[in-house]
Design a binder for this molecule. Sequence first.
Ligand SMILES: [Zn+2]
Length: 264
Amino acid sequence: MIIDAHVHISLFEGNARTLEEALHVLKNDMQKHSVKKAIIVPDNIENSDHIADLTKAIELAGDQENFYFLGSPQIIQRGLGEVERYQKLLEEKRIVGLKFFPGHDPYFPTDDRCLPYYALCQKLHVPVLFHTGENSGDSACATWNDPKYIVEIAKKFPKLKVIITHYFWPKMQYCYDITKDISNIYFETAAMADGEVLEKSGGMEVVQEIVKKTIKDRPEQVIFGTDWPMCKIDDHIHLIESLHLSADVESKIFYENALTIYDL
Ligand SMILES: [Zn+2]
């Protein structure tokens, strides 16, 4: 069994004409690759016909038991104004964590407006997820989400589960080094097997090495994710399988860790 902890409902390269259809394509792809559950990461852009925000994602898949959702506070537009809304959604288990994308929007992880959300997640024992690294075609994005800021947050909230996705590509080794001694940092693998990410990050062997040593350091703190539909599920499955982990550790990465960390 596999859990994909990072998918979007979005239109990408003609995969679908509508978001309803995109969800249908996702379900087919999940079935094809034995992915039993998925966490839908909503986009920061609201009311788009091309990518689902939280409201749209819940409308499309909220009644289906194999889908889970993250919240996505709008730090720039609403600042602290959504803390109560997200508290309610988390307490009712409508969402299983909060996602932040500094760089998509111009704020740093250490921004004062983010802190109450982190405190809330720490209190409720749910994770926060940080998109890190470049965005396709936008390398300046990475200046906002440097893991040095995420380390500060992890230290300030020592019981908070702080998940880094995309491994701050293309500077994965830097991200490994700076986070190595911080015990409440977790990793999720979305986009790490993508062609552009692999090429810019030094190639497949470099990425395999990074993932392998991260899993060795934190076998209970690495989660499988893909960034579907921008990235392919099978490429990510192959990346994990290519590491030749023990069956025990491989099942932690593919699903057990997600179950525990997100309390699914
Ligand atoms: Zn994503």
